[in-house]
Structures are given as C-alpha cells and as structure tokens.
Design a protein around this ligand. Structure first.
Ligand code: NDP
Length: 313
C-alpha cells in the first residue's frame, strides 16, 4: 500500500473539482484530485455547451474538461485517475482509500462528486441495459442511426438528447408524463419545430419488449383516468433523461444531507457539517446545476479551504 499526504484532497473531476484544483494549486496547497469513474464528469457525455461564458462558438464537453484539467495541472495539481472507495471523516487528517490501494491522508477535503442519471425503476431497464437502454444519447446515439428511438423526460436534458438523436435516428419519440415540457422555451421550440421528433404528452412507460434487445415500449396515455389508453411504439433505443441524483453514498452517514439527498452546506459557504470538509457542484446544488455554477462553487470551496487552513495555523 502506498500512502500520500495532501493539504487538500479533491474528489471528482467535473467543473467544480477542476476549478477547486486550479485555485488550491495556485494557493500552493498542492492538491491531489482523484478523477473517479467518469473522468471529466457529466459534461463529457453532453453535446455542445453553448452557455459557458467565454466560448462564443460553443465547445464540446470533452474539450472544455480537457482544458480545465490542463489548467489545473499547469499550476501543479496532482490529478490521478483512481476512484476513492472509502473515506474516514471522523478525525483529521481524513483518511481515504483508492481502488489502486493508495491511502490518502488529507488535511481538508473538497467533495465534488456530482450527480448521476436517474432511471424509472422498471425491471426492463435492467434487462435491456446496454441492449437498447441508455442514459446518454451522445455516448450511444451512434448505434441507432436510421432507427426509431425514444427519450423519456420533459426537461432541458431530454430536449437536448432528443434534438441530438433527431440528427441520427429515423424518428424520435419524446415521452413526457405531463401535458407540457419543463424545458426552457428555446429548447421547447427547437423540439417542437423538428420534423422527426414526435412528442407524446401525458404518457408513461410501462415496460419494454424485444427478443435480443429493445424492439418496442409499452406505453400508457392519461394513466389512471377514464381516458386511459394503452399502446405500443416500435423503437430500438430507449433513452432516459429524467434528471439526476447526487453522488453522496461514500460520505454517508457522516455528512449531513438535505431533504432531497444533496449535501447540506452552511449559508453562504461550501462548508459541510464536518470542519475541514467542503462540498461543491451538483452534489451540493439541487437548484442551479450548471457547469458555470459548479465551477463557481469549486472556486468558493478552494477559498474556504485556504481560509480554514490559515485559521488552523
Ligand atoms: P429536470 O429535473 O429539469 O427535468 C426532469 C424531467 O424528467 C422532467 O420533465 C420530469 O417531469 C421528468 N421526470 C422525472 N421523473 C420522471 C419519471 N419517473 N417518469 C417520467 N418523467 C420523469 O432535469 P434535467 O436533467 O432536464 O435538467 C436539470 C437541470 O439542468 C435543469 O436546471 C436544466 O435547465 C439544466 N440543463 C440545462 C441545459 C442547457 O442549458 N443547455 C441542458 C441540460 C440541462 P416533470 O416535469 O413532470 O416533473
């Protein structure tokens, strides 16, 4: 077993983690950042990012994360590909273990583990996972060129996924449980104006069917009302875009969560209930969940760490 010591351990490699790494390395805290199972975070599985300031022509998620990483490394951040598998937050220094059997002793921790895609909870999602069921259109859309597919959800993610898929697939059904889309007006308009996207309002998914992969979905319109109607659609791909849940399992029960399961931070601060442990980005933000706000929180967490360490000295 190999042991490393750091003044600041950063867990997670999305915009929050890398921004925290840029700031803490410039403050000479020699941070170690562990990238985890999805290096670069959720942005690496999104399409074009059009709303991050400074990119007037847009930028791909992967490109932006590569640049953030390069910027952190330039100032001396130690960026490692390992995943943290356990962490003891009961005393300082905090002790974490990685999947490569590295023991990390850290004076402070910034949790920036982000959030993961939600599934509907249907047994068929498990049955057909990797055989037609996906939560990432940009990762898997390519496999459905000229085939019919469905996207579940009515938010910005669902619209973005449907629009992306519409450029590849033959037809895209957007399965929306309400009678309206929750997405921003501009995304709604783009979806409604796209000829090969068919929006199915007031519709829920009951199950999937197919021999060696998804061949269709059983749907219900106006569920539980006297207008209830069961019908099937023929699809080869079923994409989930119904939101995310924060990745907090590693820190429970030590870290206090809010009623929605996000890490609770002190007002106007990134401090958690444990002195020396800070949280930034989607894992602590049920409200904004944007790349730019995550980056802002990463910056705040780094400054909070710096002040915390100064106070300790
Ligand atoms: P949202 O929480 O905004 O939307 C989730 C959608 O999934 C809603 O339409 C919701 O329905 C639906 N849904 C949830 N659970 C179920 C279920 N069990 N069955 C069927 N439908 C379900 O999540 P998003 O991931 O879309 O967006 C998260 C945040 O990120 C938002 O703030 C969004 O604006 C932002 N975002 C911005 C983008 C951009 O600006 N380019 C791109 C992507 C996301 P209902 O409406 O009925 O609750």
């Amino acid at each position: 077993m190999n042991t490393v010591k750091t003044r600041c351990l950063i867990i997670g490699s999305g915009p929050a983690g890398f921004t925290a790494a840029i700031y803490t390395s410039r403050a000479n805290l020699q941070p170690i950042l562990f990238e985890g199972m999805q290096p670069g975070g959720q942005l690496t599985i999104t399409t074009e990012i059009e709303n991050f300031p400074g990119y007037p022509e847009g930028v791909t998620g992967t490109e932006m994360m590569d640049q953030l990483k390069a910027q952190a490394v330039r100032f001396g951040a130690d960026v490692r590909p390992d995943t943290i598998t356990s962490i003891d937050l009961s005393a300082r220094p905090f002790i974490a273990m990685t999947d490569q059997d590295t023991r990390v002793e850290a004076d402070t921790v910034i949790i920036a583990t982000g959030a993961s895609a939600k599934y509907l909870g249907l047994p068929d999602e498990e049955k057909y996972r990797g055989m037609g069921v996906s939560a990432c259109a940009t990762c898997d859309g390519f496999f459905y060129r000229k085939h019919p597919v469905a996207v579940v959800g009515g938010g910005d993610t669902a619209c973005e996924e449907a629009l992306y898929l519409s450029t590849l697939a033959k037809e895209v059904y957007l399965i929306v449980r309400k009678d309206h889309l929750r997405a921003s007006k501009v995304m709604q308009r783009r979806v409604l104006d796209t000829a090969n996207i068919k929006v199915l309002f007031n519709t829920n998914t009951l199950g999937l069917f197919g021999e060696d992969g998804v061949e269709g979905a059983h749907l219900v319109r106006h569920k539980g009302t006297d207008k209830e109607e069961l019908f099937d659609i023929a699809i080869d791909g079923f994409f989930l875009a119904i939101g995310h849940h924060p990745n907090t399992a590693l820190f429970e029960p030590a870290i206090t969560l809010d009623h929605m399961g996000y890490i609770k931070t002190a007002p106007d601060s990134t401090a958690t209930n444990i002195p020396g442990v800070f949280a930034a980005g989607d894992v602590a933000d049920p409200k904004y969940r944007q790349a730019i706000t995550a980056a802002g929180m990463g910056c705040k967490a780094a400054i909070d760490v710096e002040r915390f360490l100064l106070e300790q000295e």
